[in-house]
Design a protein around this ligand. Structure first.
Ligand code: BES
Ligand code: MN
Ligand code: ZN
Length: 505
C-alpha cells in the first residue's frame, strides 16, 4: 500500500512548549532571530544566539541548521531555516524557504513537525495564504512515486504530520480554512501526479475511466458516465475516433458531474486532454524522450484532481469534467496525413499531421460540452511543443475568447504561484489553418504554434465563454527528477474557490 499523504494541523502556542519531532523556525539574514526563534533562545538561555555567534549560520536562503537537545524546549529537534533578508521576502522566496525547511526535516527521523515559518512577513500576503502554502508545499516536496519500485520503503521513517502555528487563537478559524483548502489541493494534486507518473501500459484510457469511477464511489456528489467507441460513433465524434483508430487500446470518453450548487446554476466545464501515450501516429515522433509522452494525459488528470478537490471541499457550485481519452499510435488502421474527417460539430478537418492529435480529440469534447449550457469552459492540455519554447516551464499558456475569464485565471495563478501567461488569439492568426480541401486543417505551420492550436479549438467554442490552458511546459519536469508537477490543479481549484467567494458576496 502507498503511505497516505501528510496530515495537516493548525495550532497556536509558544514554541518552547511544543512537544514534537521537529520545531521549524526561521533565522533572517544577518543572524537575526525571528519571533519564534527568539522565544526558543530565551527559553534555552541564549542557546541559539550562541550557536549563531559561532558562525554556523548566517540566515541566508538555502541554509539550514539542525540542533538536538535544545535546553528549555520539549522538541526532539530544532531546525533553524535561513530566510534571507526580510525585505526580500517575496512569494517565491517564502516558498523556497518552506520547501527547504521541509526537505531538511524529512531527512531527519522526525515523524511530525511544527512550523513557525508562517510568521514571516511576506509582502501583501495574509495568514490564510501563508498557512495554506506552508502545508501545500510540504505535501508537494515530500511526494514520492514508488508504486513500481519492488522494494518498499519503511513508512515509519517518513514525515507524516505537519502543524503550522498561528500567533493567537483568533487566527484559528482562518487557519482551519487554509488547512482544509491545502488538504484538498494536496489530494487533487497527488491524484494527478500518481496518474501521470504511472507508465503508459498501466495508465490507459480504461484506467482513467476506472479512476473517474473510483472518484464517484468515494464522493456521492460526483457522478460518472463512460462512453465506449460505439457510443462515440453514435455521437459522430469522428475527430476523436480518428486519433483512436491506430491503437489496440480502446478509447474512452469520460463524463464527470460534480454537483455542489445549492440552487440551479450553470456549471463550469473542464475539458482535459487524455492522450495516454502520444507516439505522433503516422507523423511519428523521434525516439529521444518519447517516454515523456506518457504525460500527455496530464490535462485529463488535472480535471480528475480538480473535481476531487472540489468534492473534498464541498464547493457550492457545479462542475462537469469531460475527458476524451485515447492513445495516439501508428498502425495499419491509423489516420493518414491528408485524411479528412467530419467532426461532431459538422465542420470538416484535414488532418495534415497526425501528431497534432490533442486539438482533434478536444474539438469533439468541446462540442459535447454544449449540452451542459456551461457558464464557462476551460480546457487543459499538453498541447504544443511551441508553448514550451515560448514560456519554458514557468508559465502555462493561456488563450481565451472572453477576457474576464482570462483575468480570473491569471489571478488564480498569481495567488497560487501556479502561474499562467496570456497569448493573443487575434483573428490575424486564423488564416494559418486554412485548407484547400476541408473547412480547415489541423496544423498552422511553424509560426505561433501555440496560438494556431488555440485557433483550431476556437472553431469549436463559439457558443460559450472559453479559455484554453496549454500546460505542455508546466505539467511535468524532465531530467533526473522526472515526473508530473501537479500543475495546474492549484490554479484551477483557486479559480473555483474565487468563484464561490464572488457568488457569496
Ligand atoms: N503532446 C504533444 C505536445 C508536446 C510536445 C508537449 C512536447 C510537451 C512536449 C502534441 O500532441 C504534439 O505533438 N504537438 C505537436 C503539434 C505540431 C505537429 C503542430 C508539436 O507541438 O510538435
Ligand atoms: Mn502529438
Ligand atoms: Zn499530444
Amino acid at each position: 500500500m502507498v503511505p497516505d499523504s501528510m496530515e495537516f494541523g493548525v495550532k497556536s502556542g509558544n514554541p518552547e512548549k511544543q512537544r514534537t519531532g521537529c520545531l521549524i523556525v526561521g533565522v533572517m539574514e544577518p543572524r537575526k532571530l525571528t519571533p519564534a526563534a527568539r522565544a526558543i533562545d530565551e527559553a534555552s538561555k541564549k542557546h541559539l544566539s550562541n550557536v549563531l555567534r559561532r558562525g554556523d549560520m548566517h540566515g541566508g536562503t538555502g541554509q539550514a541548521l539542525l540542533l538536538h537537545g535544545v535546553p528549555g524546549t520539549l522538541a526532539d529537534r530544532v531546525l533553524l531555516v535561513g530566510c534571507g533578508r526580510e525585505r526580500d521576502l517575496t512569494d517565491r522566496q517564502y516558498r523556497s524557504v518552506l520547501e527547504n525547511g521541509i526537505r531538511e526535516t524529512a531527512r531527519t527521523g522526525a515523524a511530525d513537525a511544527v512550523s513557525y515559518l508562517p510568521e514571516l512577513n511576506v509582502k501583501g500576503r495574509d495568514y490564510h495564504w501563508k498557512l495554506r502554502l506552508a502545508l501545500e508545499s510540504a505535501a508537494h516536496v515530500t511526494y514520492q512515486f514508488r508504486e513500481f519500485k519492488s522494494k518498499k520503503r519503511a513508512a515509519e521513517k517518513s514525515l507524516r504530520r505537519l502543524t503550522v502555528m498561528v500567533p493567537s487563537r483568533r487566527e484559528l478559524p482562518v487557519g482551519e480554512q487554509a488547512a482544509a483548502e491545502a488538504r484538498a489541493i494536496a489530494k487533487g494534486t497527488r491524484l494527478l501526479r500518481d496518474l501521470a507518473n504511472r507508465p503508459p501500459n498501466v495508465c490507459t484510457p480504461s484506467h482513467l475511466a476506472e479512476q473517474a469511477q473510483e472518484l464517484a464511489r468515494a464522493y456521492p456528489s460526483i457522478k460518472v458516465k463512460v462512453l465506449d467507441r460505439a457510443a462515440m460513433q453514435k455521437l459522430n465524434m469522428n475527430t476523436l475516433l480518428a486519433v483512436a483508430k491506430g491503437s489496440h487500446e480502446p478509447p474512452r470518453f469520460i463524463v464527470l458531474e460534480y454537483k455542489g450548487a445549492k440552487k440551479r446554476s450553470k456549471p463550469v466545464a473542464l475539458v482535459g486532454k487524455g492522450v495516454t501515450f502520444d507516439t505522433g501516429g503516422i507523423s511519428i515522433k523521434p525516439a529521444a524522450a518519447m517516454d515523456e509522452m506518457k504525460f500527455d494525459m496530464c490535462g485529463a488528470a488535472s480535471v480528475l484532481g480538480t473535481i476531487c478537490a472540489a468534492a473534498e471541499l464541498r464547493l457550492p457550485l457545479d462542475v462537469v469534467g469531460l475527458i476524451p481519452a485515447t492513445e495516439n499510435m501508428p498502425g495499419g488502421a491509423a489516420t493518414k496525413p491528408g485524411d479528412i474527417v467530419t467532426s461532431m460539430s459538422g465542420q470538416t478537418v484535414e488532418i495534415l499531421n497526425t501528431d497534432a492529435e490533442g486539438r482533434l480529440i478536444l474539438s469533439d469534447a468541446l462540442t459535447y460540452t454544449e449540452r451542459y449550457n456551461p457558464d464557462v469552459v476551460i480546457d487543459i492540455a499538453t498541447l504544443t511543443g511551441a508553448c514550451v519554447i515560448a514560456l519554458g516551464n514557468h508559465a502555462t499558456g493561456l488563450l481565451s475568447n472572453h477576457n474576464p475569464l482570462a483575468k480570473d485565471l491569471l489571478n488564480a495563478g498569481e495567488y497560487t504561484g501556479d502561474r499562467a501567461w496570456q497569448l493573443p488569439l487575434w483573428d490575424e492568426y486564423q488564416r494559418q489553418i486554412d485548407s484547400p480541401f476541408a473547412d480547415f486543417a489541423n496544423i498552422g505551420g511553424r509560426e505561433a504554434g501555440t496560438i494556431t492550436a488555440a485557433c483550431f479549438l476556437s472553431r469549436f467554442t463559439r457558443k460559450f465563454h472559453w479559455a484554453h490552458l496549454d500546460i505542455a511546459g508546466t505539467a511535468w519536469i524532465s531530467g533526473k527528477n522526472k515526473g508530473a508537477t501537479g500543475r495546474p490543479v492549484p490554479l484551477l481549484v483557486q479559480y473555483l474557490l474565487d468563484r464561490c467567494t464572488r457568488e457569496k458576496a
